[in-house]
Design a protein around this ligand. Structure first.
Ligand code: ADP
Ligand code: MG
Length: 146
């Protein structure tokens, strides 16, 4: 695990830029952290880094939002799925090329590919600690260079 201390939105943007570049158009980011930790803010920054012009909003009431871009961005917020065991077809999303971001990934862990970049955001006073773990070769390499 690598911990990146983030002191501002600008630093969130910088981290998202770096990760967007390292993913090279395809990959899965699994995000955890309390409400208000900054998961959606990071996803917005990632979308911007990928050149997606649409405003990325919290998909809490939609569960999945798809943003058209090169690469595509798939944004899942599993918050409302806590305790629900149901096949919602997310596997198909993870088979797609593009960037996949999942907030509250614990709630759909059963259907998630094991290879992924996990980002746990914790508050530390005014700062945010982005705890990044890469699982699988591609993601381990990303973790190493952060
Ligand atoms: P989550 O999706 O984890 O529930 P949000 O991304 O919606 O959290 O963020 C909640 C609030 O925290 C927003 O008002 C946002 O502006 C603020 N915030 C997020 N990241 C940062 C940051 N790096 N620096 C300062 N404020 C932030
Ligand atoms: Mg959110």
């Amino acid at each position: 695990m690598k911990t990146v201390r983030v002191k501002s939105i600008e630093e969130t943007n910088a981290l998202a830029n770096k990760i967007a570049t390292l993913l090279e158009g395809d990959g899965l980011i699994c995000m955890a952290g309390d409400l208000g930790a900054g998961k959606t803010t990071f996803t917005k920054a990632l979308g911007k880094a990928l050149g997606i012009d649409d405003v990325i909003t919290s998909p809490t009431f939609n569960i999945l939002k798809i943003y058209d871009g090169e690469p595509m961005l798939y944004h899942i917020d599993a918050y409302r799925l806590e305790g629900i065991q149901q096949d919602l077809g997310f596997e198909e999303v993870f088979d797609e090329n593009g960037i996949k971001v999942v907030e509250w990934y614990d709630y759909i862990n059963d259907v998630l590919p094991s290879e992924r970049l996990e980002i746990h955001i914790a508050l530390d006073g005014e700062d945010r600690l982005f705890q990044v773990s890469g699982i699988g070769k591609k993601y381990q390499e990303i973790e190493e260079v952060l």
